[in-house]
Design a protein around this ligand. Structure first.
Ligand code: GLC
Length: 564
C-alpha cells in the first residue's frame, strides 16, 4: 500500500475565530494561530485543517464567502495566510484549508450580478426558479423542500421575482455546478490556493453539488416549518460525481495535496467508496457524521437528563461498518467532533465525575483506529459544552432559526437545555489557554461567551499535570508515531473484540509481525472484561495500575493498549 504523508499524519482542526486572538478584538485570527504553532507541534500534530478565513459577511462564520481570493480583515491579511503556511511548513506541519464549493455569500460579486437580471451572464452561476402560484394568486417557493438551517430551501428575490436555491441560510445562495463556466471559476480558485502553498482541502458540503433538476415536490411529511426535510433531493446525486472527477482531473491530480470531503449524515459506505475509494480519483477521504450522535439527543428537543443513553454497541457497530467497508478500498479519517457538533467530552464523556478518565479514553480510541485521526481544538484538554443561561448567548445562524420556531411549542428552559446539549455553539467557544480573563483567549470580550469552567480546564494547567488529558493525548500521539507501533496502529487490521459487550469498546490491531489490543471501558461503572488472548506487555493505561490478567476489573473509563 502507498504510505503517503497524509496517511501517517495526525490532524488537528482549528476553528480560527475561537482559537487565539492576537490583536485583542475578541475574534481569533491567523497571527494568533501562528503564535500557537509550537503548542500544536509539541502535541505531535503534523496536519492542520483550518476553518474558512476568506472574506465574508460572517452570516455562517465564514462559510458564506464573499471573496475566495482574500482573507477577511477579522482574521488578518493574505500576507498572514502566507506567513501561516510558511511557519507551519517550517515546523513540518501541513495545512489544509476549508474549501466551500456549494454556495457563496449573497454578497459575493457573482451573486450580486446574477440576481440583477434574468439575462445577466452570471445568472446561471446560481439556481433560479419561478415560484408557484396558488388558487388565490399567492406566490410560493418552487418546491416544498426544506433547508438544513430550518425553513425553505428557497428564498424569493424581488429584483427578478424568482427564487434562488439555498440549502443553508438565506444569505448562502447555492452555486449551480451544472454551469461549466462556474465550474471553471471554482477550479481556478482552488488551484490558486494550492499555488499559495496550501497542502490540500477539507471540502465543505460536497454531497450537495447536484440536485433533482425536475424540481418536483417531496412526498415526505412536512415539518414545523411546513417544508419537507427531504435531503435526498440534493444529496449524493449521481451527477455530482462527474463534477468532482473533473475537479480532481483538472486541479487535485496536478498537486501533491490531500483532500477530505464532508459527506455528512446521509452517505452510505458504498457512497464513501465512490467519493474516496482508491479508484474513484476524487478525494482521499470523506468525513461522515455517523459516529457523532450515538446517544438519543439529535433531533429530540424534549429530553430529560435521565433519558439520555450512550449506545456503545451502536457506536462500535458504526465504526466497524465504515472501517470494514472501506478496507482495501479507501482511507478513513476519524474524529469525535468538529465545529458542527457538541463537545465530545459532554456528549460521550463525563465532565463532572470522570473528566480526566473519560477524556483520555476518548483519546485512546481516536488515536488507535486505522486511518487518519483528526483532533478538534480543545478536545485535547477535554473542553465541555456551554453553560449558557440565555438563548441570546447562542450566536449560530442555525440555532437562531431553530429557536424562533421552537418557541411556539417549547418553554425557554427546554430550548436552553436542548441547545446546551446539541447546538453548534458548544464547539465554538474560545479556546481555554489559561485561568486568566476569557481563558487567555483574548483581553477583549470574545465574539462568543467562554464556558465558565476555564479556571479548571485549560492548557496551562494541564501542561503541568503529568496525567492530564493534554499530556495523555501527547503520549498517545507519540505511541501512534513510534516506529515500534506505527505500522500496526496506522495500517494494521482492525477487528472488534466482544462486539456484543454493551460497555467495553475493545479491538485487535494486527499486522503479520505484531498484535495489539485496545481495551476501553466506555462507562462510568466498573466492568469485568475477559481478555481473549494472553498479553505480555501494557503499552498504555490511563489508570497506571495495569496488571497482566485474564479477567480485567476495568475501572470507570479505563483505557489500555496492550501487546500480545
Ligand atoms: C458544512 C460546515 C458547516 C457549514 C455548512 C455550510 O457542514 O461544516 O459549518 O455551516 O457546511 O457551509
Amino acid at each position: 500500500m502507498d504510505k503517503t504523508w497524509w496517511k501517517n499524519s495526525v490532524g488537528y482542526q482549528i476553528y480560527p475565530r475561537s482559537f487565539y486572538d492576537s490583536n485583542n478584538d475578541g475574534v481569533g485570527d491567523l497571527k494568533g494561530i501562528i503564535s500557537k504553532l509550537d503548542y500544536i507541534k509539541d502535541l505531535g500534530i503534523n496536519l492542520i485543517w483550518i476553518g474558512p478565513f476568506y472574506k465574508s459577511p460572517m452570516d455562517d462564520n465564514g462559510y458564506d464567502v464573499s471573496d475566495f481570493y482574500d482573507v477577511d480583515p477579522l482574521f488578518g491579511s493574505l500576507q498572514d495566510a502566507k506567513d501561516l503556511i510558511k511557519e507551519a511548513h517550517k515546523r513540518g506541519i501541513k495545512i489544509i484549508l476549508d474549501l466551500v464549493l456549494n454556495h457563496t455569500s449573497d454578497e459575493h460579486p457573482w451573486f450580486i450580478e446574477s440576481r440583477s437580471s434574468l439575462s445577466n451572464p452570471k445568472r446561471d452561476y446560481y439556481i433560479w426558479q419561478d415560484g408557484k402560484k396558488d388558487s388565490h394568486g399567492h406566490l410560493h417557493a418552487p418546491t416544498n423542500w426544506g433547508s438544513f438551517f430550518e425553513g425553505s430551501a428557497w428564498n424569493h428575490d424581488p429584483i427578478t421575482n424568482q427564487y434562488y436555491m439555498k440549502i443553508f441560510s438565506d444569505k448562502m445562495p447555492d452555486l449551480n455546478w451544472n454551469s461549466p463556466a462556474l465550474r471553471e471559476e471554482m477550479f481556478k480558485m482552488a488551484s490558486w490556493w494550492l499555488d499559495q502553498g496550501i497542502d490540500g482541502f477539507r471540502v465543505d458540503a460536497i454531497a450537495h453539488l447536484a440536485r433533482e433538476l425536475s424540481f418536483s415536490d417531496s412526498t415526505m411529511p412536512l415539518n414545523a416549518h411546513h417544508v419537507a426535510p427531504d435531503w435526498g433531493k440534493f444529496s449524493n446525486r449521481p451527477e455530482l460525481f462527474d463534477y468532482l472527477k473533473e475537479f480532481n482531473e483538472k486541479v487535485l491530480s496536478k498537486y501533491d495535496c490531500m483532500t477530505v470531503g464532508e459527506v455528512g449524515g446521509g452517505a452510505s459506505v458504498e457512497a464513501g467508496v465512490k467519493y474516496a475509494g482508491y479508484d474513484a480519483h476524487i478525494f482521499n477521504m470523506v468525513f461522515n457524521f455517523d459516529t457523532c450522535w450515538k446517544n438519543n439527543i439529535f433531533g429530540n428537543d424534549n429530553l430529560k437528563d435521565e433519558d439520555i443513553r450512550i449506545n456503545v454497541l451502536d457506536m462500535k457497530r458504526t465504526f466497524n461498518l465504515w472501517i470494514q467497508g472501506m478496507k482495501g478500498k479507501g482511507w478513513m479519517p476519524h474524529y469525535w467532533l468538529n465545529h458542527d457538533h457538541p463537545r465530545v467530552m459532554s456528549q460521550y464523556g463525563d465532565p463532572l465525575h470522570f473528566h480526566r478518565e473519560s477524556g483520555t479514553l476518548l483519546g485512546t480510541i481516536l488515536l488507535t483506529l486505522p486511518g487518519t485521526p483528526f483532533i478538534y481544538n480543545g478536545e485535547e484538554i477535554g473542553m465541555t459544552n456551554v453553560d449558557y443561561t440565555s438563548i441570546d448567548d447562542f450566536t449560530d445562524v442555525w440555532v437562531k432559526n431553530y429557536a424562533k420556531q421552537a418557541k411556539t411549542h417549547l418553554s425557554e428552559e427546554q430550548i436552553l437545555s436542548h441547545l446546551r446539549r446539541t447546538s453548534r455553539n458548544n464547539a465554538r467557544t474560545p479556546m481555554q489557554w489559561n485561568d486568566q480573563a476569557y481563558g487567555g483567549f483574548s483581553t477583549h470580550v470574545p465574539h462568543q461567551k467562554n464556558v465558565g469552567n476555564y479556571a479548571l480546564i485549560n492548557v496551562e494547567k494541564q501542561l503541568t499535570e503529568k496525567d492530564s488529558i493534554l499530556n495523555t493525548y501527547r503520549t498517545l500521539i507519540r505511541i501512534r508515531k513510534d516506529s515500534k507501533y506505527s505500522e500496526t496502529l496506522i495500517y494494521g487490521d482492525f477487528k472488534l473484540i466482544h462486539p456484543k459487550d454493551e460497555n467495553v469498546f475493545a479491538y485487535h490491531r494486527k499486522t503479520a509481525n505484531q498484535h495489539l489490543m485496545i481495551i476501553c471501558n466506555f462507562s462510568k461503572e466498573p466492568h469485568d472484561f475477559t481478555v481473549p488472548t494472553q498479553y505480555r506487555h501494557v503499552i498504555f493505561n490511563n489508570y497506571q495500575n495495569a496488571h497482566i490478567r485474564k479477567v480485567l476489573h476495568l475501572k470507570p473509563y479505563e483505557a489500555m493498549i496492550v501487546e500480545v
